[in-house]
Design a protein around this ligand. Structure first.
Ligand code: ATP
Ligand code: MG
Length: 590
């Protein structure tokens, strides 16, 4: 350690939001260069390489072959797939000296597709799985928590190529098994959840989430085994209702009803209901967003949902991607005077009767989408499109029709699982991996076809599979660190054993160095703290740096003893120095 390039810090970095970030910086593993961009120091790089090696071994084990693409890529392939535009502001774009457009690769579907198209042309060449472990670039809107969400990060991405759907299923299953082995070896507590399958619909897509309170993803689980990212939950629509008993649309005076609760109170006061009081779930809330499309155009989107639920921003983001939805501003309202903030509803009462205001026949500049619970026949209390006025008995299908369904209301603890497997519970996680049946989208866009057994040209079907390699370093740190520092599982630790020479005198220094050499000769990866520093500093640093085992050569040496410490459990054991090597080999090799 007197030679090692590192510094431990006594202060938290100012921008550290989560413990893993704090400790990785304080223990001298990573250094920030710019927002979401980090350098790896010797200790950190060893952990990163350990993760890479585990991923590499498991990919090789399913017969995937390693390649490496450049990070700097030409525009054309991404133009063909439309992702040059669709990726929007997340794509780092640049121009070379001749004026040619380039990008820094955020993911490489296009490049792999073209490479296989270049070289292969027959069903006999397939199945094929290729992977790389490589730096990716995404200009994330919110880089966060150090390397957990970087703008430059290391990803393992692989791609499978098959002639038919059964082949794709098999490649997907192989990757799924490999991922289970990878995340088991990383020692992560994780769940496999259904994920958004995007525009292709129906294809299998699953995420591996490390369970963590600091995670950005929310997932749901049911006792019956349903598990999904909250983005992918599809609410089951209730059966249609018969509105025969519901009276006509009735306007109600509702001054000073700024909140749903105030509205509900006002309605209960004016229209008490025999079957019990009205609740927020009887109201239809209409929330206005601006949808910004990657091509630069924008439109207004109004989401109609039961008033007891809010729009979940992440579910909305996922539902409208690649467009982005932002809450409408006062300027947006000013530009659309027909929309009366706080009193928006799908119908208007005019002299000629009830006319549709939003939805299929309503304001043409606005897209009106409703929650799946707003089925035909359901009756709502909602805005009247006039200040201080609401309406009662507004019936879906009778008085208005929306432009479609949007399933973006918050999912709540206790909601029924869509597959009927019981009430949902919610927890948070960090997305570690994503496996995805792409199907023929990229092969079609880029013309990847092969001759099948009958000599007929068929479009290849593909899968795409990612692991967040640098993110895994942070996620493991997050799940194992404590209030004293990092605490690595053996598989990831930069060193197996840290030997601490504590106390003055050549005897201790010599014995510590000899022990380190013997451990090294026995095949262990050893870090020797030979610095001229106090025992206190060495103990503190060892805990901050987080090697799973340390050995203290100090005061006990006079009695022929060293102390073996386990970082995770805090256990300490005195061992005769002569037995130390055998003991430690046993500890490390298990
Ligand atoms: P997220 O939803 O977290 O933004 P994503 O769905 O965009 O991730 P994928 O395109 O599926 O990510 O990428 C595969 C894997 O790469 C992810 O599962 C994640 O582990 C990792 N990853 C994605 N974005 C980042 C990032 N900005 N920093 C670090 N790792 C990332
Ligand atoms: Mg993903």
């Amino acid at each position: 350690m007197s030679q090692l390039f590192f510094r431990t810090l006594r202060e938290d970095p100012a921008d550290a939001e989560v413990p893993s970030h704090r400790w990785l910086v304080r223990a001298g593993y990573i250094r920030r260069v710019a927002p979401g961009i980090y350098s790896w120091l010797p200790l950190g790089l060893r952990v990163l390489q350990n993760v890479e090696q585990i991923v590499r071994e498991e990919m090789d084990a399913i017969g995937a072959q390693e390649v490496r693409f450049p990070g700097l890529l030409p525009r054309e392939p991404y133009e063909a797939s439309n992702r040059w535009t669709e990726y929007g502001a997340n794509l780092f774009r640049l121009v070379d000296r001749k004026g040619g457009d380039y990008l820094l690769g955020p993911t490489h579907e296009e490049m792999f597709t073209l490479l296989v198209k270049d070289l292969y042309s027959s069903y006999k060449d397939l199945p094929l799985s290729l992977y790389q472990i490589q730096i990716k670039y995404r200009d994330e809107a919110r880089p966060r928590a150090g390397i957990l969400r970087g703008r430059e990060f290391v990803m393992k991405d692989s791609y499978s190529f098959d002639v038919n759907d059964a082949g794709l299923d098999a490649s997907y299953a192989n990757h799924r098994e490999a991922y289970i082995r990878i995340f088991d070896r990383l020692g992560l507590d994780y769940v496999i959840v259904q994920a958004m399958s995007g525009a292709m619909g129906g294809s299998a897509s699953e995420e591996f989430l490390a369970i963590a309170d600091n995670g950005e993803d929310t997932f749901v689980r049911s006792p019956g085994g349903y598990a999904a990212n909250v983005e992918a939950v599809r609410v089951t629509a209730p059966p249609q209702q018969d509105p025969a008993g519901v009276g006509p649309v009735t306007e109600i005076d509702t001054p000073a009803t700024g909140t749903i609760a105030e509205l509900v109170d006002a309605v209960n006061a004016q229209f008490p209901r025999a079957e019990g009081p009205w609740t927020a779930a009887d109201t239809l809330k209409n929330v206005v967003f601006t949808l910004q499309h990657p091509d630069g155009s924008s439109e207004l989107l109004i989401v109609g949902l039961p008033g007891d639920r809010d729009v979940d921003v992440k579910r909305l983001e996922a539902a409208v991607a690649p467009a982005e939805a932002v809450a409408a501003t006062d300027e947006d309202f000013a530009a659309h005077p027909a929309l009366v903030k706080g009193y928006i509803g799908p119908v208007q009462v005019t002299e000629s009767g009830v006319v549709q205001f939003l939805g299929t026949k309503g304001l043409s500049a606005v897209r009106y989408l409703t929650d799946p619970r707003v089925v035909a026949g359901t009756s709502w209390i909602t805005g009247a499109n006039r200040a201080d006025t609401h309406q009662l008995n507004v019936v879906a299908g009778r008085d208005f029709t929306s432009d479609g369904v949007i399933d973006v209301a918050e999912v709540r603890e206790g909601d029924p699982a869509p597959d009927g497997s019981g009430p949902l519970s919610l927890a948070r996680g960090i997305e570690m991996g994503h496996i995805f049946q792409l199907g023929r989208k990229y092969a079609e866009a880029l013309g990847l076809k092969v001759l099948d057994e009958n000599g007929k040209l068929v479009t290849v079907t593909m899968g795409s599979y990612g692991v967040g390699v640098s993110r895994a370093v942070a996620a493991v740190a997050e799940s194992t660190c404590d209030d004293r520092g990092l605490s690595w599982p053996r598989a990831l630790a930069p060193f197996d054993v840290q030997v601490l020479a504590t106390g003055k005198g050549d005897e201790i220094a010599t014995a510590a160095e000899k022990l380190a050499q013997d451990l090294d000769a026995a095949g262990l990866r050893v870090l020797l703290d030979d610095r001229k520093a106090s025992p206190g500093v060495k103990f503190t640093d060892a805990e901050v740096m987080g090697m799973p085992t340390s050995v203290v050569v100090g005061r006990g040496l006079a009695d022929g003893l060293v102390e073996v410490r386990d970082r995770a459990s805090g256990e300490r054991l005195e061992v005769p120095i002569g037995d130390a090597v055998a003991h430690l080999v046993g500890v490390v090799r298990g």
